[in-house]
Design a protein around this ligand. Structure first.
Ligand code: GLA
Length: 733
């Protein structure tokens, strides 16, 4: 059992893999305090009162009631509420029927059971009775008649604890939730750094590391999606922690909408981390008897640096989050026509690309934006999900059948959440987009956002998707979302529910995705949002891969994929070889290097195979052969960061090691060549030190130990942007 309650000192001990997490009940009023999160410690002896400092000033209120505020403001509370003197970042803010916002919760009951419950309407990690144990602690505010249930699950063999929260109104009056975060952890000390992932369109998920310090630092999105600019991930780590050494605590919210993570260094040198739905513009009315479920936070602990945290997230998401028949499968090598044709295609052009693609070994053709309504550029037709037969002459079924006859599967692009002002849908239902009366909604990419809080709109969107997907043999969908939410007004919801729009929107997207994946389980879903604007664990619950960035330049992708892989497995990272000069940057890189970089993701093409240089085309069959040779390893192995260009300005290097350490693939990309320099030595990680490894290209043998400590010299790369793969297999112990 991964979770136990110790009666004598009234504490819960949650053990997950090599991790312990301890919560205790203290004082006559039964406050719930956070004792510890970190490397596994023995069950007993533990001096809980001393660790929680309740025998020190200001003591608990039962001992020193005159300083109750000091207690509330310094006690490492397990879930902070607003209004009673905890002036640090709070998790729960309610507005009662009298307009007051005071709330305080104390322990009332608990239960411990095997397995992991699903979260109502929300994506979450999953696990069975053998792999998981769950603790539910119910706390109450007796004045408000409010029940707050803190839900924790431990994973037996992974350093992972998940948290979520349910808030229930047991009173006979409505209350308003103004803020409901999902997790709060108070760490002793302030000498930490934090890591977050920042970015922009075409520059997603760059790694930022900075000291915590006093006061608050936050990572957040209020754009309606998890965003290009930020990611619902934050890590706290020891100042001296690095890739391979030190304590690291990673937090990731399983949610695709507005989020916040606040890291606060407090007056007595303690650090609080909270995470959950962003309270900006959030409100939720709970009628008597109703309950609200806050999304899940995944907490990962590593005692061996940032690298181990990454590998734990990868293992968790590959086995306990991603679902569907493609999860453990090699994905078809696809050619997406976006950078090949943009909006300028028709049946014949697509078939000519497909014919050439088939000869080269490509396995799927994806028809991107531009096949519906009157869409010949990005100014119209979103919402009119009817095939444009002027372009797709002969109809969609004909095109798909012809592509299938060539031996290729067929995929299609949708942007279901949007509506163009120039569309039949908008002309028929101008009230179906998010807007407030008497104000023209703000355009982005010349489009508005559909009001998905309205079930009728959701039904329309789903029926169009279903119709198209049922009409032809389509086995892949790219689900795009190309603008943030603004003009938060719904003509469908009553005025007291307008503050619920953004969360309701996310729930509706999940409902649509759930329906799609349930009714079309054979479809491979790739999520997208102007590239990687919605790359989060919530989305991964429905789609096993996400288009990582509209920036397909191999060198830019090094940093983007490096940052994305901080949390998300390589199997989820949508990556394609595209044409040069690169359409975003104008940079030219070798075709071979583009292949090596895309190999560290889902792998595919985004170019017109009928028009690229002959020497590039000739390389495609070899690249596809390379993909088939290495993808099992890349999808399932352990990922090690060895060096990165953002830090050293010269080269990138990473490796994937199979779980049994029998096979290793090292990717080395030299970004900038230097004159008059020696070869670059790299030290590998994660090998079997006692084993002998053979380089399958040169047949040279090395000891695992020498590769890890003495290293390996990379020779023979002349010029910029050159890359090399080194494939090693274990010969013997
Ligand atoms: C977004 C996507 C692209 C492409 C276009 C189509 O920008 O990220 O890959 O699908 O939309 O409009």
């Amino acid at each position: 059992m991964g979770i136990r309650f110790f009666e004598d000192q009234k504490y819960f001990k949650l053990d997950a893999g090599n991790t312990s997490y301890i919560i205790a009940i203290v004082g006559d009023e039964k406050f719930l305090g956070h004792v510890y999160f970190g490397k596994k410690v023995p069950d007993e002896p533990l001096d809980i009162a001393s660790l929680l400092r309740i025998n020190e000033y200001p003591f608990t209120p039962s001992v020193n009631n005159r300083e109750r505020i000091s207690f509330n403001d310094t006690f490492p509370t397990e879930y902070s509420t607003h209004g009673l003197g905890d002036f640090r970042e709070s998790c729960l803010v309610i507005r009662d029927s009298n307009g007051h916002s005071v709330c305080g919760i104390t322990y009332s009951s608990h239960k411990i059971y095997r397995g992991k419950p699903a979260l109502k309407g929300l994506p979450a990690t999953f696990g069975d009775e053998d792999s998981c144990t769950t603790l539910e602690i119910t706390c109450c505010d007796k004045v408000l008649d409010l029940e707050v249930t803190l839900v924790y699950t431990t994973f037996e063999n992974l350093d992972v604890i998940t948290r979520s929260v349910r808030v229930k109104n047991n009173s006979n009056k409505d209350i308003k939730l103004e803020k409901v975060l999902s997790a709060c952890v108070d760490f002793d000390g302030i000498d930490y750094d934090m890591i977050s992932l920042h970015g922009s369109w075409a520059r997603e998920r760059r790694i930022q590391r900075m000291p915590v310090g006093f006061d608050k630092k936050s990572v957040n999105s209020i754009r309606g999606g998890s965003s290009h600019q930020s990611n619902p991930f934050v890590a706290l780590l020891d100042r001296d922690a690095n890739e391979d050494y030190g304590n690291v605590y990673g937090f990731n919210l399983v949610y695709s909408g507005n989020f916040t993570a606040v890291v606060e260094g407090g007056q007595f040198e303690a650090t609080r981390v909270v995470m959950g739905i962003n309270p900006t513009n959030f409100e939720w009315t709970l009628a008597p008897g109703e309950e609200f479920t806050a999304p899940e936070v995944v907490m990962v602990y590593s005692d061996e640096g940032i690298g181990k945290m990454t590998r734990t997230f990868h293992d968790l998401y590959r086995n306990h989050l991603i679902r569907g028949r493609y999860r453990d499968k090699k994905r078809p090598v696809l050619l997406n026509c976006w950078e090949a044709t943009y909006f300028d295609f028709n049946t014949e052009k697509l078939l000519s690309i497909a014919r050439e693609a088939a000869k080269l070994g490509i396995e799927m053709l994806v028809m991107d934006d531009g096949w519906f309504g009157k869409r010949n550029d990005d100014n119209s037709s979103l919402g009119d999900w009817y095939v444009n037969e002027e372009k797709i002459q002969g109809g969609l079924k004909y095109l798909v059948d012809e592509v299938n006859k060539l031996g290729l599967e067929f995929g299609i692009w949708f942007e279901p959440e949007m509506i163009s002002p120039d569309s039949d849908l908008y002309r028929a239902h101008p009230d179906w987009c998010l807007h407030v009366p008497n104000r023209k909604p703000a355009l982005s990419r010349n489009q508005y956002v559909l009001d998905l809080t309205n079930d009728e709109v959701v039904e329309y969107v789903y029926s169009r998707l279903k119709d198209i997907l049922s009409g032809a043999n389509i086995t892949y969908v790219k689900w795009d979302m190309n603008r943030p939410l603004s003009d938060l007004g719904s003509s469908y919801l009553p005025k007291e529910k307008q503050g619920e729009i953004q969360h309701r929107y996310v729930l509706a997207v999940y409902k649509l995705l759930d329906r799609l994946t349930t009714e079309f389980p054979h479809i491979l879903l790739e999520s997208c949002s102007g590239g990687g604007g919605r790359f989060d664990p919530g989305i991964l619950y429905y789609s096993p891969q996400v288009w990582c960035s509209d920036d397909t330049d191999a060198i830019e992708r090094l940093a983007i994929q490096h940052g994305t892989a901080m949390v998300y497995p390589l199997s989820t990272i949508g990556a394609h070889v595209s044409d040069c000069p690169n359409h975003v940057l104008g940079r030219t890189t070798p075709f071979e290097t583009r292949g090596f970089v895309a190999l560290a993701g889902t792998f595919g093409y985004e170019l017109d195979v009928t028009r690229i240089p002959e020497e590039d085309r000739k390389m495609i069959p070899q690249q596809i052969e390379m993909y088939h040779r290495y993808n099992d390893l890349i999808r399932t192995g352990d990922y090690y960061r060895i060096a990165n260009y953002t830090d050293n300005n010269r080269y990138d290097c990473w490796a994937v090691v199979s779980k049994d350490k029998a096979e290793v693939l090292v990717t080395y990309i030299k970004v900038l060549h230097r004159p008059n320099f020696h070869s670059q030595r790299i030290r590998l990680k994660g090998l079997d030190e006692k084993a002998i490894y053979r380089d399958t290209e040169t047949n040279r043998v090395y000891s695992g130990s020498a590769l890890m400590h003495a290293g390996l010299n990379i020779v023979g790369l002349h010029g910029d942007f050159k890359g090399k793969l080194i494939h090693l297999v274990k010969e013997s112990e």
